[in-house]
Design a protein around this ligand. Sequence first.
Ligand code: ADP
Ligand code: MG
Length: 342
Amino acid sequence: MPIQILPAQLANQIAAGEVVERPASVVKELIENCLDAGATRIDIEIDKGGAKRILIRDNGSGIAKDQLGLALSRHATSKIDSLDDLSAIATLGFRGEALASISSVSRLSLSSRTAEQEQAWQAQAAGRDMQVSLQPCAHPVGSSLEVLDLFFNTPARRKFLRTEKTEFSHIDELLKRLALSRFDVALSLKHNGKLIRQYRIATDLDKQLKRVSTVLGAPFANHCLHLDNQHDQLRLHGWLGLPEVARAQNDQQYFYVNGRMMRDKLLQHAIRQAFAAYLPDEQYACYVLFLELPLDQVDVNVHPAKHEVRFHQARLVHDYIVQVLASALSKIPAHNHTGELP
Ligand code: ADP
Ligand code: MG
């Protein structure tokens, strides 16, 4: 076969393989866009585990009529415009790939209105050539994205979808992570028309702990330490479960770096080390922790799903976390420890 440039939709479908694994990954990309648009309220409606329909409505900035087509194009983003920007990324998105990828493997429509516009507009990415058609619609300031029939045109991927219940549980888990990362945003989640979760805006620490309790349960909320440490340019804050609420699985570990949820080896190692004297090997600590550091000290451009980070001063960050957590743990009265004391 001679070398040829792939048609746009095929290229997008190939790229979709990286970002769109299942309905929950669509929901993740769409919610991140809402947050980047400054939304304070996001409503999510899911039908049939997301395979049938995903609708996400926000009250963010909206997208101007003449930008709607661009929003759906590959490598089109309003978030970076130079290589320099890549070294200090403040938004959750920046690849300009999500909407193009999602629209290539579903029937997508995007309705939006900016504060400057009287009229809202809807864009539909239909057809194999990625043509976008615009029509007027009713919508308050903000955006709604509807994704119907995910993977309808990529049967091989559709086959990999699990049961409705499993796919929905991935979405629910994702929403928990997001709910913990943004206490200043109200979130609601419906499945097949039924309201499943509602997270109200939590302005003070008490209300935030309530949200934490909704996600991790009362035992965690009643047996955790709140910590908030600042050292030079590093800040570590959040809630640390006492050793007595440690679990046999690592399903209550929420760690955020500059607002992004991470599952990173270096971070996990640091936490394990801090808990070494308090927990047996087969027990996992529970926590909701936030690490804040200057944007140019960390590289999030490591992986499309963005679960890993690269710290410029990895050793320093690692040791800082160990030290803050170990010091917090050392102040717990001894009767709270389940493990052997050193
Ligand atoms: P990225 O988030 O990496 O820029 P996306 O494909 O996810 O790429 O989105 C493309 C562009 O569409 C964004 O840069 C943004 O300008 C716009 N956009 C997408 N979703 C929204 C939204 N909910 N509100 C406002 N603008 C949006
Ligand atoms: Mg995005």
